[in-house]
Design a binder for this molecule. Sequence first.
Ligand code: MSP
Length: 649
Amino acid sequence: MSEDTSHFYVTTPIYYVNDKPHIGHAYTTILADVLANYNRLLNIPTHFLTGTDEHGQKVQEAASVKGITPKEQCDQTVVRFEELWKRLEIKNDDFIRTTEKRHTDVVQKTLQDLFDRGEIYKGEYQGWYCVSSERFLTEKDLTDENSPDYGRPVESIIESNYFFKMSKYQDWLIDYIETNPDFIQPAFRANETLGFLKKKPLQDLCISRPKSRLEWGIELPFDSDFVTYVWFDALINYISAVGYRSDESMFNDLWPCSCHLIGKDILTTHTVYWPTMLKAMGLEMPQSIFAHGWWLTGRTKMSKSLGNVVDPMEMIDRYGVDAFRYFLVAEMKLGQDASFTEEAFVKRYNSDLANDLGNVANRVLNMICRYCNNRIPPLPVLTTLDAEAGANEVLKAVEDAVTNSGDYIRDMKLDSAVALIMAAVRSINVYLQERAPWAAAKEGRWADVETSLYVAADALQRCAALLHPIMPEKMLKLRSALGVQELVPVLDKIRSFGELKSGLEVNQPDALFPRVEFKATELEVPKKKKKEKTMEPTTSEDGLITFDQVMAVQMKTARIVEAEKIEDADRLLKLQVDLGDEKRQIVAGIALHYAPESLLNKTVVVVVNLKPAKLRGVISEGMLLAASAGDELQLVSIGGDLPPGSVVK
Ligand code: MSP
């Protein structure tokens, strides 16, 4: 984050609307929300922008698969993002869609201006084009006929196009990055960009697509045969949404942006294309561009084809929005990749939220109701005796959290900030254990009871304020239970001990974080024993597997002879399949796509050497192959009359 405290303007990438949102989209948006909330806690004027990237080939392709127009595709998908942000308690100040007039107008004005000033020219382009990443690749990027990003075939294309003179800014950009060490964060990502810039001459950027190939985009104002390259259009959202060329005073207030949050996958577009575009427009650079790592499922990249993509809606349904936000923030070391498994989630939930925070909250509220007539006890004068009984440790731990968690947040070490605040929470539990107000009450030492409960309640409301940016709903609930009137906290009000008003009425809500049990679900693969040979596909860094790994998977045709639903598992069906020389039971996550009776006698393809696993307590001895696109899923089935048990190669 930047040091500038006059305002805080934070952005997320704008997301493609070719598919529904997943945990990756949820993560960047939660991160931005936490940073925005933290700045609101500091009383800094904050502006938080997110939105959707609605043009380009991906969206056009997704629409044509469904037989709808690209605009219909956008309108249908954008709602899913908006719904998710609502459920995730995202408090963005603005949401921009790149199909909105306020954006398309600015893109066209910018293009015209750059064209008039000779920053854009017409030329001939011959190159290898990757449809998935919507970019031309250089020969060097290509190791074979496939795209290095997506492993899909690339197309050779020759065409007239318009180019932005990006190359002329190469030396300036190198110098800018070197003299502004906070511009690209973490530092190793700045080095990555510098490495790229110093390796070879920068090419000019092809910023148009002929309409003959792609219609779905913003028309170039100076040539109606072309639309704008989706990245050139998309990056401009960061300025079009805050008044560039439409509301000068808003733009002056908010630009330059404090922090563009991005995933590591879109580093080059943000640290090379965007700064050179801004430079050509004569605008200031953003103060920082921060690239976070990826969420992996276990150690494997999340991908639809592996079926291991975490759906944020499901997590919220099972564990609640605050716990989900907490896990993502506490678990990821910003900049590095992190692993998401439901088992790790439940473990952290139970230890941090149920045991530590939830437990201390229940104890404090319960005892105040019981021993202090539902009222916050009087502000005590702390004596040496109290110090001996640990009050000082609590005050110190809370003060440490109040003073230093902000530094961690500014340094984008959110996991360390959480650890510090949770240490303060745990110190309250230790204090209560030592002071034992329940024993003091039994002995009639009411002054002691009141002192310890005041110290604990005051510390708790301060910790709740610090955790509010991460868990807004539950922390508002906790502060309200403690009788605090200013529910949305401000840091200045929690800097010192004793701000909690005596006499406030306390209420005891239901348990804030009830303990949860981990049950293996469809998403979870059972843990394998150490040293055991595995058939699980292990991908290398580039996502490729070897020939041997492919050959290790044994597949056969099978006839479905029985199919039934599994109780309390909406997505699972229990199938009995005939493999010729044996029968097997398979649990498949296809209940939303197939009625059990429609599957009878279907010949499908089964992976037969998969280690048996239990799903919702039901043993599964194999896996069915299926293809999916968006919400659609279809089993791979075999026509003709091959007998069950035929080997699939
Ligand atoms: N539309 C472009 C961005 C244009 S910004 C001017 C785009 N969209 S996207 O829908 O593909 O979203 C990419 C972003 O989603 C990543 O940069 C990252 O923020 C987030 N994530 C997608 N998958 C992710 C993980 N598995 N883990 C963490 N975040 C990742 O690129």
